[in-house]
Design a protein around this ligand. Structure first.
Ligand code: ZN
Length: 273
């Protein structure tokens, strides 16, 4: 079982309870030394203040969430999406994030062109890649569960994400989130194929009776995913970073005392990851 030094918490896990400052201080209070930061919370805090806050608490910043959303950005929205991602690259560099996490985006409004949406994801990443390389910011493509293909994540498998990495080259990798990939019959070989390009490993659980596509993720151990097996696969592939707990949970974990949530994350990281 992994030790607490391997535990990071994505701040979305306490999204409704804590600001960035409260999250950094709260996680540190429980001995957690890694955090993934969200851009809206970062903006509230201020990038410079956030950088000092994270440094003062010795936090490893496992990721900045999130960039991307190129799939649905066509026409007039395209340049805005590129500009926003370039800003995200600067923010990721400023807080020393290990990666800028990219969500692909879905279809453009009214569109049925899935092939075109996926092509835009490749074009969008290619457009920001020179700036990311210059800033030393790795880009982590996060494949998403197929149920969100229309509105969030048209890169629906780790295989598609690996294809993008092959096409785009240096500076692009993947974020493996058990929630999104656990069902995939090709998971073992695609994790091995990703190898050292695995930039982040996200843990949570799939609840067998899940009630929401996005906002009903389970705590590790409460669902059906064999998380230790997937962790061993990513470690065997060469990943030696942190295990990042990322739980969107509007009706459960976001309504609890955040100190309790973090305590449960620490305990389940030991027993169920
Ligand atoms: Zn994730």
């Amino acid at each position: 079982m992994p030790g607490i030094e391997k535990l990071a918490i994505n701040q979305v896990t306490t999204r409704d309870q804590w600001t960035l400052r409260e999250a950094v201080e709260g996680y540190a209070r429980h001995g957690v030394r890694g955090i993934s930061v969200w851009r809206d919370k970062l903006a509230d805090c201020g990038v410079a203040d956030a950088a000092s806050l994270l440094g003062d608490h010795g936090m490893t910043v496992t990721g900045l969430c999130r960039g991307g959303m190129f799939g649905g950005s066509d026409g007039s929205g395209w340049q805005a999406a590129i500009d926003d991602n370039l800003k995200a690259v600067e923010e990721a560099a400023a807080i020393g994030a290990r990666a800028l996490v990219l969500v692909a985006g879905g279809l453009a409004p009214g569109s049925k062109d899935l092939v075109g949406a996926r092509a835009r994801v490749a074009d969008g990443i290619a457009a920001i890649l020179p700036a990311a390389r210059a800033a030393g910011v790795a880009l982590a493509i996060e494949p998403m569960h197929p149920m969100t293909c229309a509105d969030r994540g048209c890169v629906t498998t780790l295989g598609l994400a690996n294809d993008l990495c092959d096409a785009l080259g240096e500076g692009v990798g993947v974020a493996v989130d058990v929630y999104h990939v656990w069902w995939d019959p090709a998971l073992d070989e695609e994790i091995a194929r990703a190898g050292r390009r695995i930039l982040a490993f996200h843990v949570n659980d799939w609840l067998a009776d899940t009630r929401d596509r996005v906002f009903d993720r389970g705590m590790m151990g409460d669902g059906v995913v064999d998380i230790p097996r997937i962790r061993r696969l990513v470690e065997r592939a060469g990943y030696d970073g942190m295990n990042e707990v990322e739980i969107f949970s509007a009706e459960n974990w976001w309504k609890r005392d955040p100190d309790e949530v973090v305590a449960v994350c620490v305990e389940r990281h030991e027993t169920a990851v």
